[in-house]
Structures are given as C-alpha cells and as structure tokens.
Design a protein around this ligand. Structure first.
Ligand SMILES: Cc1cc2nc3c(=O)[nH]c(=O)nc-3n(C[C@H](O)[C@H](O)[C@H](O)COP(=O)(O)OP(=O)(O)OC[C@H]3O[C@@H](n4cnc5c(N)ncnc54)[C@H](O)[C@@H]3O)c2cc1C
Length: 381
C-alpha cells in the first residue's frame, strides 16, 4: 500500500495526526502494532491539566488547547464527556505551599480560577477526604475527559476522512536508500509513504533503532486501579505535590491521583517504578500500595471493590518537552512523541505538525520542540 503519509502508532498522537493530515487533504495509512490506544493512551486519568504547565509559553499552549477541547467533541462527532471539575493539589509543607502560591498567582493573573485553600476549606470541598498530614491545598481550574473516547474520536473521524487504519501491523524494519525511507516493513506486509511519521510514544527509542538511528526516549512504569461504580463521592480531581517528581524521579513510589468519572467509577493512579525495558504488566506491589493509599486518604472508601488494574509506560523526553519534527539524518522521517500534558496539547500540536508536514515548512509554534535539540553533528548528545 502507498500513502502520502504513513503513520506508525495509534495512540492519541497518531490518531490526532491522522485526522488533521486527512482533513488537510493527505492520503494517510496508520499502522498500529496492537489495537488503537493500546499503549500509554489506554492509561491516562483523562486530565487536561493547567497548573502543571512548565512556563508561560507552555501555559499559553495549554490554555489554547483547553479552549479547543471544549468544542472538540462536536468537531469529531463524539461525546468526549468533557467536564471541568478542577484540581486539588494536596500540600504537605510550607515550602510546597510557597511554590504553589506562585503557581496560583500566575493562573489568577490570567483570570483562570485558582486559589490556595486552608484545611477547613479542603474538608468542606471534599468531605470523604482525610487531609491529615497536609496543611492545605491548591485549587486550579482544569478539564477532564474520557481518554478512550479522545482516542476513538480522532480515529473514527480520521476513518471517515479516508484514513486506512491497519491493526496488528507491527513495524519490524525499514528499507532505506541513503537518507530516505523507501519501505516500512510490518507483520502485515510492506507499506510505502512519501513521509513516514513515528508516533510511537514510549517505543520511540526502539523504532528509531530499527531505522538505524537513536532517540533518547525515557519512560517509567505506571500503574492504576479502577473501582466499581459509586454514587458521587469526589468533586475534584485530587492529587498530591511531588506528582511529577515521583513519576519522573524516584525508583519506586506511590503518588495518589484520584478522580470519579461520569460513570461513577474511581480511577486512582499512580504506582510508579523505573524500568529499563518496556513492560505493560502489573506488579505485585502496585495494586496493594494504591489500595492502601486510598484507605489512608479516603477511609470511608476502604471497602470499595476494585474491578480492574492496569499498567502502562509514562513516556517523556530528557527535557520533559515534546519532540515534534523531522528526525536528523533522514529526509522523510518525522517524529511526534514525548507529549507533556498530552490531552490539552495534542490537538493543537498535531494540527500544526500536519500543516508543517504537508507544506514542508518549519512551524514557529513547533520550533521549541524540534527533535534536533537532542543531536549534535556527530549524532545524539
Ligand atoms: C498512568 C498514566 C496516567 C496519565 N494521565 C494523563 C492525564 O491525565 N492527562 C494527560 O494529558 N496525559 C496523561 N498521561 C500521559 C499520556 O497517557 C501519554 O502522554 C499519551 O497517551 C501518549 O500518547 P502517544 O500517542 O504519544 O503514545 P501511545 O499511546 O503509547 O501510542 C503509541 C502507539 O504506538 C504503537 N507501537 C509501538 N511500537 C510499534 C510498532 N513497532 N509498530 C506499530 N505500532 C507500534 C503502540 O502499540 C501504541 O499504541 C498518563 C500516562 C500514564 C501512564
């Protein structure tokens, strides 16, 4: 099969790119090793975070993305279950309190609802929470959607525009002439694309190696649990300070992030462990540790039944920012990976990337995320 653009990977990034490329007139085929959303995109809590934006520029991007998410369901023809419950970050010491005051003030300057809450206010806001050990919380506006529908919405809209989605097509190699990839070899046959687009998240290092280069993809192993459906017990998404430090730093840690979805289930993440090799299986310590955390912070929910548990890779680049652009050493290999705050940023970044690919032009919006920052003339830094 031949297409203008061959996309490898059917997570949020690959399906969003497929949609925007097809919408802009390209013929597209998407190759997915397993099933759509079977990588990290099957895992997220569904948060469209705002307060975690790294800097002013990233905050601009996230805020534009949040605006887009409000109407994205309509554009894609799917109910994304978009709600704006807001986020409470529980704070355990004065130092963190001061850091969050700065973040809250930054949001307030942008007229985004945000405030510091003392313990009495936190108790009133979340009666099921036992905030012992915390000194208060930072509240910030944020959105929430159903991640399965986010993935499926892009995939279905892309299919309606003629994108061919091939499930079970694991890429096993590339045929190249010089800097040009001629053929993508998969378990479902050979494919040819004018442009080859790698949107394989945590697998980016593996795929880059198959293409004869390197990419410094990093990931940790993250686990979560889902409960039976309950009447309303939580009003916000609730997390703890140190979430990103735990996810990206320690060897093994539990940092509770918990929310109640529209269908009444509680989704609680994250038991995090460093791993050298990609492994999507649950560990023997992750689920008990998460259940214990639920018991500690929500004692009245201690008897709730857990119906399923899962594990996924949480992918990130060395500077925690996305890598979107042409891969050095090739004239037709584009990479889109390492999405930080993926849900609010992917619709904007994928749309820009589609334009940049079809017009073969550098995009100003994407320039901070150019993958060439990880390479020197000699190769990877
Ligand atoms: C526990 C957890 C909670 C999270 N919570 C949030 C959240 O609340 N909000 C948020 O914005 N982000 C969250 N994230 C991050 C978010 O899930 C990821 O950033 C996002 O899903 C990455 O999407 P992707 O398309 O880049 O990668 P993926 O979804 O991993 O897609 C890559 C795809 O490539 C396929 N693939 C791999 N190798 C091959 C091959 N050789 N051939 C063909 N296909 C291949 C895989 O099967 C996979 O489907 C969370 C992550 C985790 C782990």
């Amino acid at each position: 099969m031949t297409a203008d653009v061959l996309i490898i990977g059917g997570g949020f990034a690959g399906t969003a790119l497929a949609y925007y490329l097809a919408r802009d007139g390209a013929s597209v085929a998407l190759l997915e090793a397993g099933s759509l959303g079977g990588g990290s995109s099957a895992a997220p809590a569904g948060r469209a975070q705002i307060i975690d934006s790294e800097n002013e520029k990233y905050l601009d991007l996230v805020l534009t993305g949040i605006k887009r998410l409000e109407n994205l369901g309509e554009e894609l023809g799917i109910d994304l279950e978009w709600t704006t419950p807001g986020h409470l970050t529980l704070i355990s010491n004065e130092n963190q309190w001061r850091n969050f005051e700065i973040l809250v003030e930054r949001l307030q300057r942008r007229c985004i609802p945000a405030e510091m809450m003392d313990l009495a206010t936190v108790r009133k806001a979340e009666p099921f929470l036992n905030p012992e050990g915390f000194i208060g919380a930072a509240f910030s506006h944020e959105g929430h959607l159903n991640p399965f529908k986010f993935n499926a919405g892009f995939a279905r809209a892309a299919s309606r525009m003629g994108v061919k989605i091939i499930h079970g097509a694991r890429v096993t190699g590339f045929e190249k002439t010089g800097k040009h990839i001629n053929t993508v070899i998969t378990t479902k046959g050979h494919f040819i694309g004018r442009v080859v687009l790698m949107a394989v998240g945590a697998w980016s290092g593996e795929l880059a190696a198959l293409a004869g280069t390197t990419f410094p993809m990093k990931f940790t192993h993250a686990e979560a649990v889902v409960s039976e459906s309950l009447p309303p017990v939580l009003h916000h998404h609730i997390g703890m300070t140190g979430f990103y430090e735990a996810v990206h730093g320690s060897d093994r840690s539990v940092t509770l992030g918990i929310a109640q979805h529209i269908n009444g289930t509680l989704v609680a993440s994250n038991a995090v462990q460093k791993m050298e090799k990609l492994d999507l299986s649950s560990t023997d310590w992750g689920m008990p540790a998460l259940c214990q955390a639920i018991r500690t912070y929500f004692p009245r929910l201690g008897g709730v039944r857990i119906t399923r548990t899962w594990a996924a890779a949480s992918p990130f680049t060395p500077d925690y920012l996305p890598a979107i652009g042409w891969l050095p050493g090739f004239d037709n290999l584009f990479i889109a990976t390492g999405f930080h705050l993926a849900i609010p940023t992917i619709p904007i970044l994928a749309e820009q990337a589609a334009q940049s690919i079809l017009e073969f032009e550098e995009s100003q919006l994407l320039s901070p995320y150019n993958p060439k920052r990880f390479y020197t003339e000699e190769g990877m830094q």
